[in-house]
Design a binder for this molecule. Structure first.
Ligand SMILES: NC(=O)c1ccc[n+]([C@@H]2O[C@H](COP(=O)([O-])OP(=O)(O)OC[C@H]3O[C@@H](n4cnc5c(N)ncnc54)[C@H](OP(=O)(O)O)[C@@H]3O)[C@@H](O)[C@H]2O)c1
Length: 243
């Protein structure tokens, strides 16, 4: 049986590996990362972005909230405390060693254009889901293409990891209380980006389960067999049945 001490050693090892990964990948703030803490830019500070930003700030990361409403983001940051600040989407993208993009899918084309040069090589956690009813033509196109590949086309050069796509935002603050932990299905093409995103998924209280490359991102949307909260084993078993 795995003891608490073994788990703690495992986590320290994981954090050291993630820090080394960041240092090797040339991302800034290796010293910050060596403490397992990251600067996270949040583009879209609504239900998912606001909730995750608050959790990560409380876990010791530093976050910058951004949206189309700077006053909202300033108030949100003030309510979160010292580890949070507010800025424009461009400021958040420049600030973050890692970005969380949590906008309605119809906004992704403009986010991709506005942040184009800032996204190159950046680890981006993509929570965005295409819904034709809400997102119109972009939603129809992205559903056909598959959400992972569509996000990669709209945010070119970003090291995208899909995560937090099919769990309601109200579940996130409760995740650490669940024992054993639920799994978080994730998909991404870049192994180092998957590692860094996994660190942040663990800090929210989920056990990361990378089900495969971005092409599998089409299964990380509401309404698929992987939606909702499941054990890591169940996620692996279901993922193995998906083409
Ligand atoms: N809600 C959930 O439980 C949940 C769960 C999993 C995944 N998702 C997915 O995650 C994404 C976000 O969902 P949500 O529920 O958090 O949405 P939301 O509450 O409506 O928040 C969306 C945020 O995106 C911002 N935004 C819109 N256009 C933008 C742009 N061009 N540039 C920068 N920011 C922009 C909005 O700013 P303004 O308010 O200033 O317009 C708002 O802060 C969606 O794709 C959704 O399908 C949601």
């Amino acid at each position: 049986m795995t003891s608490r001490r073994d788990m703690s050693k495992g986590r320290r090892g994981f954090l050291r590996a993630a820090a080394a990964t960041l240092a090797l990948s040339g991302l800034p703030s290796a010293a910050h990362a060596a403490r397992g803490k990251l600067r996270i830019g949040i583009v879209g500070s609504g239900r998912i972005g606001g909730t995750l930003g608050r959790i990560w700030a409380n876990a010791g990361h530093t976050v910058m909230f951004s949206s189309l409403d700077l006053e909202h983001d300033k108030a949100l940051a003030a309510s979160v405390g010292a580890n949070a600040r507010a800025g424009t989407p461009r400021e958040a993208a420049a600030f973050g060693e890692v970005l969380l993009v949590a906008v309605p899918y119809h906004a992704l084309p403009s986010v991709g254009k506005e942040l184009a040069e800032l996204l190159k090589g950046k680890v981006v956690i993509d929570t965005c889901n295409p819904f034709p009813g809400r997102d119109g033509e972009v939603g129809i196109w992205a559903q056909k293409k598959g959400a992972g590949l569509a996000s990669a086309e709209l945010l070119p050069g970003a090291r995208i990891v899909r995560a937090f796509n099919a769990v309601g935002y109200t579940s996130l603050p409760l995740a650490t209380q669940r024992q054993p932990r639920a799994g978080m299905p994730m998909a991404g093409d870049d192994a180092k980006a998957n590692e860094i995103a996994s660190l942040l998924v663990r800090d929210v209280g989920y056990e990361p389960v990378v089900i495969g490359p971005l092409v599998k991102g089409k299964y990380l949307v509401p309404g698929t067999p992987l939606a909702g909260e499941r054990s890591p084993e169940e996620i692996r078993r279901i993922a193995a049945t998906l083409k």
